[in-house]
Design a protein around this ligand. Structure first.
Ligand SMILES: [Zn+2]
Length: 277
């Protein structure tokens, strides 16, 4: 199995374990690898160190939040030239994060402003920002890297998908589209999956998303079809260890009547195809 979304210490908030501890959990569970995600810094160096020490396919990338300079081509170029494979559009600094009352770095450090990040159609057109976004997308296309939507709104995800397609990006992942942010409908998710977007469902949603049910997650999975990616998004001290979390997600969805081998492939073959092959 291969988990495209996990958090580890060090981080600005508590995590269930340090990089090496999380990596050991995956190795013990027989996983082939994982994508290490951080909201506040590039994980490329950490992922490379883990890959070299463990022999697993550990992949890093960058989330385009304010510490990265927002949607910043220099951050993306540095990430991709040093072997990063994944670029997340704004997560913890997305405007949706602020309006949903989800955690921000400025909660920890109130002297920071609460400025947020967005793309069209939310962003009022500004030539400089549009140029930066275009260059970021061109770099991702050139490196054949993975573009993840982060916590952008549904409208922004649709805009970004069109832009990504027109610029030759083939590895496009809707980051947990049924989560509180961006809260896309099953119909919207099915539409983008039908056009080639991968769709992430996370184990985190099982335990931590207000109002989420196993039945609704199963509906999202059906809408995703062969574009389904199951991930843990674990690493919180109050979630199971990441490999366990991902296995638990598969079990819960199986109990909803979904095909077990398809779910397994959505946590192994599909994510490897998205990120590595
Ligand atoms: Zn996450």
């Amino acid at each position: 199995m291969f988990d495209v979304h996990v958090h580890a210490a060090p981080d600005v908030i508590d995590r269930i374990g340090y990089d090496d501890q999380i990596c050991a959990e995956y190795a013990a569970a027989g996983f082939s690898g994982f994508v290490l995600k951080g909201h506040q810094e590039s994980t490329v160096g950490r992922a490379k160190a883990l890959a070299r020490a463990s022999g697993l396919d550990v992949v890093g990338g960058i989330a385009l939040n304010r510490p990265a300079g927002g949607i910043n081509p220099s951050s993306v170029a540095a990430t991709l030239h040093s072997g990063g494979r994944v670029v997340w559009f704004p997560t913890a600094d997305a405007h949706t994060q602020e309006s949903a009352g989800l955690p921000r770095l400025s909660d920890l450090q109130p002297r920071l402003t609460r400025e947020t990040l967005s793309t069209p159609p939310v962003l009022a057109a500004n030539e400089r920002q549009l140029k930066d976004i275009a260059l970021v997308l061109d770099l991702i296309a050139e490196f054949d890297a993975v573009l993840c939507t982060g916590h952008l709104s549904g409208d922004e995800c649709r805009w970004l998908f069109d832009q990504a397609q027109s610029r030759g990006i083939t590895r496009f992942l809707l980051t947990h589209p049924s989560y509180t942010v961006p809260a896309m409908s099953v119909t919207e998710i099915a539409d983008l999956a039908g056009r080639g977007a991968y769709v992430e469902i996370t184990a985190y949603q099982l335990w931590h998303q207000p109002g989420m049910t196993d039945a609704l997650l199963a509906e999202v999975a059906r809408a995703a079809g062969d574009k389904l990616i199951l991930a843990s998004d674990a690493g919180q001290p109050n979630s199971p260890q990441p490999p366990l979390a991902l296995n638990e997600l598969i079990e819960q969805l199986t109990r909803q009547g979904l095909d077990h081998s398809w779910l397994q492939a959505s946590a192994s073959d599909n994510p490897r195809e998205l990120v590595l092959t």
